[in-house]
Design a protein around this ligand. Structure first.
Ligand code: ASP
Ligand code: MG
Length: 425
């Protein structure tokens, strides 16, 4: 088999009927075999499903939220298909299944497992509708359930991929299908060996594309975005951004580590390991060049690159007994972060404090505080941003430092970071 091509379309690229028509136009002279088309949930569906879960958890009524999600999908279908098309029954049927799942009991204990059963419906719906629409446009392709190929452990919401098994499943069961027709499948989802649905972490569809690519030994992956490629800052927050034409895997991975949302952080590694180039292209201007991420060696990126990470908390642990911070204090804090699977995005210590900037995650901050309060004086600030500037210059550094709401700063030779109260640039 010639090498497969993997395309990934995120939520924004399939957000409404016009977007799905645009997807079909992009595929017009690009659809080929073997090809895997990985799609995310339509628009903000995953957020809407999360909200339904939240309401259910708080024992509030989620009926109107459910109805909105259902109506939104049906309205999109009405624009894409003629009345009476089989797609309507199929979509209704998926909502019946979702309603049945939502009848189950949701507790703190089963929250993550339940979450995975519910949110995967977003991708199920989008992939079914898109495959049906492509066929409707005579762009023949076949729907496949990603959960039949992406095998994970049972770490619900943050499932870890079993690479060996996934590769085997792809080689044995997906390759034969790909020889027949291009495949449309879902991002974000997988399943355990006993068939329980899992998800790979929010925005995980890019990672899914990389998993398929790596398991199939694909030739390239293309992620279709609402930006022209990888830019040196988020154009929604900053003016005068510049696009990278090419970027080394390492640079790109580092940017995602600091929070660049253009690609999911876990996407790069499997592609780099297999030396599969990753194209980031605009779904608005699909013929433009975009950015290619590959093995370009230590390309000297000299442009300052700004990455903003939202929803940060800064927690400060202060010793209570007039001792100084030592390794054992560090160890205590790290051990707890490790146990809670919380990542320190930035860490700074002084004589009597350790400060950690971490993502705000449901339940986890509370647990961290509860565990550490007997040992330290603990203070924290929420609703912060972590701003990282790679290859900073003095101008950009003073621009961020001039702002009065900086809580912490840290500078190395190549990277400058500040934690500040959330606001727009
Ligand atoms: N739909 C999922 C999310 O919004 C996965 C993705 O879009 O990549 O997190
Ligand atoms: Mg999404």
């Amino acid at each position: 088999m010639t090498k497969a091509i993997v395309y990934k379309f995120g939520g924004a690229s399939v957000k409404d009927a016009a977007a799905i028509k645009n997807l079909s136009n992009i595929l017009f002279n690009r659809l080929r075999s073997p090809m895997v088309i990985v799609v995310s949930a339509i628009g903000k569906t995953t957020n809407a499903l999360e909200e339904i879960l939240r309401l259910k958890y708080e024992e509030e009524d989620f009926y109107s939220n459910f109805t909105n999600v259902r109506k939104n999908h049906l309205a999109i279908c009405e624009e894409l298909f003629e009345e009476g098309d089989l797609v309507f029954g199929m979509v209704e049927n998926i909502f019946l299944q979702l309603a049945r799942v939502l009848e189950g009991k949701l507790t703190k204990e089963n929250y993550d497992e339940y979450y995975d059963q519910v949110v995967g419906f977003g991708e199920l719906l989008s992939s079914k509708i898109i495959q049906a629409y492509l066929c409707h446009c005579q762009q023949y392709c076949i729907w496949q359930d990603a959960r039949d190929f992406i095998r994970t452990d049972g770490n619900f919401r943050f499932a870890k991929v079993d690479w060996d098994k996934t590769t085997k499943l792809c080689q044995q069961n997906l390759v034969p299908v790909l020889k027949q027709l291009p495949v449309v499948t879902q991002g974000f989802v997988g399943s355990t060996k006993d068939g329980k649905p899992t998800t790979l972490g929010r925005e995980g569809s890019d990672f899914s594309a990389a998993i398929f690519a790596s398991s199939l030994g694909a030739g390239t992956v293309t992620i279709w975005k609402d930006v022209p490629g990888v830019l040196n800052a988020d154009p929604k927050r900053f003016e005068d951004t510049v696009k990278f034409d090419q970027l080394d895997y390492k640079e790109a991975a580092e940017m995602t580590f600091y929070g660049a949302s253009v690609i999911h952080p876990r996407t790069i590694k499997p592609l780099a390991n297999a030396n599969i180039p990753l194209h980031v292209k605009s779904f608005v201007q699909p013929d433009e060049q975009g950015t290619v991420i590959g093995d370009f060696g230590a390309s000297k990126v000299s442009m300052p690159t700004v990455v903003v990470k939202d929803r940060q908390v800064l927690v400060t642990f202060e010793v209570t007994d007039f001792t100084f911070i030592n390794e054992s204090h560090m160890h205590q804090v790290y051990a707890e972060l490790d146990r809670l699977k919380l990542r320190a995005n930035l860490i700074q210590s002084s004589a009597i404090t350790i400060s950690i900037c971490t993502d705000r995650e449901m339940f986890k901050l509370e647990q961290l505080l509860a565990e550490m309060r007997p040992v330290f004086n603990v203070r924290y600030n929420e609703n912060l941003q972590l701003i990282t500037v790679k290859n900073y210059d003095e101008k950009i550094k003073s621009r961020f430092l001039a702002q009065s709401d900086v809580l912490l700063e840290q500078t190395t030779r190549s990277t400058f970071q500040v934690v500040r109260r959330a606001k727009e640039a």
